[in-house]
Design a protein. Structure first.
Length: 443
């Protein structure tokens, strides 16, 4: 007699409604024997096993169903089935990994990571380190910016005595932490790398870069000396070493390091700013200003005035007395219409003139400030003081001319005002449109 599938389905349904689980199960099994690919019956049988308190049988049935759904390309239904398995048995990593695979295939990496993390937890509890490492490999590939995950992966590798791989993962974790703005964590990880591999050039360089950003030049120098000792051909390390020496005011060492960086292929354009500072620190002021001039002119030519201003400010950070650089920055800011910044730069120029004893030039700068803002009480007060001092100095000079030189007055005193007036002529006029050339002489 032929098998009547319709009658068998009706009978199994009736037994299910009557909670006669064994008879219902037997009915569905008979149907599947006749038609193994009936996915609905396969699912119903799994559900019956679960309701009948037979989780192991249910899981076995669901696993078969999940594979059938995957074969048919029904990822959503397969995921639903695998989640039923996990609900019955959270330790069933086969189902968790199958879900992760399906989510990843669909580009749902966030969901895939959740399933993989759950699987990792189970492998960890079971002490299956090999499988746990496989999971972390997948997790870090899915989320290379997760520095915490990378660090845990490194720890696992280290426990398995896979030191080189642990160092690599720790370095990646440090980079990810730095990119995420977690400087302290990045530094901790790099310190760990150096403990594992003291000669690691990457760790030394990365730590040095962090120290340089924090203006910890001594600490940076220590790391960079080690890095260049290990790899004397590392151009970037020499460039950073030059920066550290500049920060420490060791000008001749900075020049040597920067020249070495350029000889190894670092373009001069990348080190000109540092080299300009080092030259000024080393007493080669004209050469330093000339390099700064090249930087600013290139930047203006390329339509990057901010870069030109940054170059000037960088040089002035270490040499506030460079009045030609102050004056040039005032002019550039004026031309850009950045009036507030131009005002601040003019104040700095006036202060530099005062500090250098160039009274007439300082007076001229304060006049500029008052032309922009006649109500600037502070500029007016400084101007009154300086003009009063200049007038008194003029009276003393006139008396000295009539009376002749005295013991207290040296032979060069008469030149002081003349030099100040000469310097004042270099101060840019308000409203001028042509950027001035740098005055290379600071006499």
């Amino acid at each position: 007699m032929a098998f009547d599938k319709r009658k068998a389905l009706q009978s199994a349904l009736t037994y299910t409604q009557q909670a006669k689980w064994d008879k219902a199960i037997a009915g569905y099994q008979a149907i599947l024997k006749a038609d193994p690919n009936d996915l609905t019956v396969c699912n119903n049988l799994g559900d019956l096993y679960a309701r009948a308190g037979k989780p192991a049988d249910a899981i076995e049935q669901y696993l078969k169903l999940g594979e059938l759904y995957r074969t048919d390309g029904l990822a959503g239904k397969a995921i639903a089935v695998y989640k039923k398995i996990v609900k019955l048995d959270p330790t069933r990593t086969q189902a968790l990994l199958a879900c992760a695979d399906l989510y990843e295939e669909q580009g749902l990496t966030g969901e895939a990571k959740i399933q993989l993390a759950n699987a990792a937890e189970q492998f960890g509890k079971a002490g299956d380190t090999a499988k746990l490492l496989e999971i972390y490999q997948r997790l870090t590939a899915l989320d290379p910016s997760n520095y915490g995950m990378l660090a845990r992966f490194a720890d696992l590798l280290l426990k398995e005595k896979r030191k080189e791989e642990a160092v690599t993962q720790s370095e990646l974790a440090a980079q990810a932490a730095e990119a995420a703005g977690q400087a302290a964590e990045s530094k901790r990880l790099l310190t760990k790398v150096r403990e594992l591999s003291p000669e690691s050039p990457h760790a030394n360089l990365a730590l040095a870069e962090q120290f340089l950003r924090e203006s910890k030049y001594g600490e940076a120098l220590e790391k960079l000396l080690k890095a260049t000792a290990v790899d004397a051909g590392h151009a970037h390390a020499w460039q950073l070493l030059g920066e550290a020496y500049v920060g420490l005011g060791q000008a001749s060492e900075a020049i040597t390091a920067l020249e070495q960086a350029m000889s190894l292929g670092v373009p001069q354009a990348e080190v000109r700013g540092l080299l300009a500072k080092a030259l000024v620190q080393d007493g080669h002021t004209d050469e330093g200003i000339k390099l700064c001039q090249e930087i600013t002119e290139d930047a203006i030519r390329r339509g990057s005035p901010d870069e030109a201003i940054a170059a000037c400010r960088g040089l002035l950070e270490i040499a506030q007395h460079l009045t030609p650089v102050h004056a040039y920055m005032v002019r550039v800011l004026q031309d850009l219409g950045r009036e507030e910044e131009a005002r601040e730069a003019t104040w700095a120029l006036a202060a530099a003139y005062e500090a250098g004893g160039e009274i007439e030039a300082a007076i001229h700068a304060y006049h500029q400030l008052l032309e922009r803002d006649p109500s600037d009480a502070e500029a007016l007060a400084r101007l009154e003081v300086l003009e009063g001092a200049a007038a008194m100095h003029g009276e003393q000079a006139a008396v000295a001319e009539v009376a002749g030189p005295t013991i207290e007055q040296g032979p060069g005193a008469e030149l002081e005002l003349a030099l100040a007036a000469e310097e004042a002529a270099a101060v840019p006029e308000v409203g001028s449109t042509e950027p001035p050339a740098f005055e290379l002489s600071l006499d």
